[in-house]
Design a protein around this ligand. Structure first.
Ligand SMILES: NC(=O)c1ccc[n+]([C@@H]2O[C@H](COP(=O)([O-])OP(=O)(O)OC[C@H]3O[C@@H](n4cnc5c(N)ncnc54)[C@H](O)[C@@H]3O)[C@@H](O)[C@H]2O)c1
Length: 251
């Protein structure tokens, strides 16, 4: 895969899957812009640029993309990855949490696409990967609103892939299962506290056993898929929702 001097934008690229992807793009000699609320720990690497950006704020997305265009006058790939997790059935989800998750996970995707697609359309070229989840495809207990945002991303992927195929822009969605990242560790911590579970190893083991592959996923494994989808090696793939979940959704 050759990303030499390609301009890559990764939202939520400071930790977890976004970080692993940003680092792999850097290894392939790309120029990577991380748009995040927190500074990446790998900020000293060559060709990494950080822009402070809350993806739930349209103006912040617009300003970040304008800065990249001012510097390079093009964007080759976008990995729209920033997202947050929340537990709760409908009754447990407050109006504030609902608005917040909708703003980050769903509106954030619309906002960044709204800023990047006109540029890629004029270039007549571009590659976009949206971050979905296994919950783009299936329901999970106490996860109606998080799942709804990820289901919405699946529909944005399919519809937009059709709309933008004539402009040589491919749009795909990755659907990870359970991946060991800070987001996952926070979720386990919350679960353990809420249910008064003594040892979080119990949760880890039950989650591992729930996967046909009998282990959890790693951020680097998802990053490999993201780079493949952004590369010419996947040139006939668009509008696809691609599971990367150790077989969880196949069950
Ligand atoms: N870890 C999993 O098991 C898993 C499974 C399926 C999907 N996902 C999705 O993968 C994506 C990345 O999650 P992760 O597990 O790497 O988590 P993470 O918490 O390690 O990374 C999320 C990143 O997004 C950033 N971020 C959060 N809110 C933001 C905002 N409003 N504006 C800008 N940046 C923001 C965070 O600062 C962080 O750098 C999320 O969309 C998540 O829903 C994760």
């Amino acid at each position: 895969m050759n990303f030499k001097d390609k301009i890559i934008v990764v939202t939520g690229g400071s930790t977890g899957i976004g970080k692993a992807s940003a680092e792999k793009f850097l290894e392939q000699n790309a120029i990577v812009y991380v748009l995040d609320k927190q500074v990446p720990s790998f900020i000293n690497k060559k060709n990494i640029h950080y822009i402070n950006c809350d993806v739930s704020d349209f103006k912040a997305n617009e300003k970040a993309i304008q800065e990249i265009i001012k510097n390079h006058n093009r964007i080759d790939c976008l990995f729209a990855n920033a997202g947050q997790h929340v537990f709760g059935n409908i009754e447990e989800t407050s109006l504030e949490t609902f608005e917040h998750i909708l703003s980050v996970n769903f509106k954030g995707i619309f906002y960044i696409l709204k800023c990047v697609l006109p540029i890629m359309r004029l270039q007549n070229k571009g590659n976009i990967v949206l971050m979905g989840s296994d919950q783009s495809l299936i329901g999970k207990e106490r996860s109606a609103i998080y799942g709804a945002t990820k289901g919405a991303i699946a529909q944005i992927t399919k519809s937009s892939a059709i709309d933008y195929a004539p402009f040589n822009i491919r749009i795909n969605c990755v659907c990870p299962g359970t991946i060991e990242t800070p987001l996952f560790e926070d979720a386990v911590e919350k679960y353990v506290n809420e249910y008064n579970i003594e040892n979080k190893e119990i949760i880890y083991n039950s989650l591992k056993n729930a996967q046909p592959i009998k282990r959890l996923g790693q951020a680097e494994e998802v990053a490999n898929l993201v780079l493949f989808l952004c590369s010419e090696q996947s040139s006939f793939i668009t509008g696809s929702l691609i599971s990367i979940d150790g077989g969880f959704v196949a069950q």
